[in-house]
Design a protein around this ligand. Structure first.
Ligand code: GLN
Length: 244
């Protein structure tokens, strides 16, 4: 495969409703890191009610949202569920943040009612007393640096026998009790981390890009980039919150 002819198509789902704390910055990060490497990249935004052709997509982003916005999105989810499920089962890459993460599961139960999810991963979320709000630091098998971000959620997510995205070094994570954060299923990552996540953790961005390239082209060479500034920022946060 000629390395120059590679192209990644990113589907941004419901940016009109799911875009808390600048989760859209994850798109900018993926686009830019492709561009720096001469990889062609395109983002297609799908707003509620739009038809989505998952067979054209290489990466899907679902951002965070308020309970109210999630309830609106929920009505559109059933229409796309089977195509989205086929995409996931065929190793399509998904990054779902907070409200988007909760929507990957069976349901999100709130005081105002139960929001039915996409049922793509065997997890569920229930609202409990108090919101979990703070910076957060994880250690994840997927990357060799700590993952840093910010969390703000009322829902507690239970991942059954699934693999967590990381172990919490500082912060609350999935439920504030288990010591774990997020979920990994095939090429899907669900996480509570805003930040936005990918600019703060460029290695995670490259993990997603390589999974997408591997699936599309069978190989995933990514030229190294100068991430020294991002690494300094990461180190600062880790030192500030994680006690040796
Ligand atoms: N509404 C959800 C909750 O409070 C998710 C919030 C978010 O996306 N930050 O749990």
């Amino acid at each position: 495969m000629n390395q120059k002819n590679r192209k990644i198509i990113i589907g941004h789902l419901y940016p009109d409703l799911l875009n808390l704390y600048g989760d859209r910055g994850n798109i900018a990060c993926m686009m830019q890191r492709c561009k720096w490497r001469g990889i062609d990249a395109e983002t297609i935004e799908f707003n509620t009610g739009d038809t989505i052709d998952f067979t054209k997509l290489d990466i899907v982003l679902l951002g965070g949202g308020s309970d109210r916005e999630q309830a609106i999105v929920c009505r559109n989810l059933l229409e796309i569920q089977s195509e989205f499920k086929a995409y996931v089962e065929h190793n399509g890459v998904v990054i779902a943040v907070c409200g988007g993460y909760q929507l990957l599961g069976k349901y999100y139960k709130t005081d105002a009612g139960t929001i039915e999810g996409l049922n793509l991963v065997d997890i569920y979320t229930e609202q409990e007393e108090g919101r979990l709000i703070d910076n957060i630091v994880l250690e994840s098998e997927l990357v060799d640096m700590p993952v840093v971000g910010f969390e703000n959620h009322g829902g507690r997510t239970y991942i059954n026998d699934n693999k967590p995205f990381g172990r919490v070094l500082y912060g609350s994570g999935n439920d504030g009790k288990s010591g774990y954060e997020g979920v990994v299923y095939k090429n899907v990552i669900g996480t509570y981390l805003h930040g936005p996540l990918l600019p703060k953790n460029p290695q995670l961005c490259d993990y997603l890009l390589s999974k997408a390239l591997e699936r599309k082209y069978g190989s995933a060479e990514l030229a190294p980039l100068d991430d020294s500034k991002e690494m300094q920022a990461n180190e600062y946060i880790v030192k500030r919150f994680v006690k040796e």
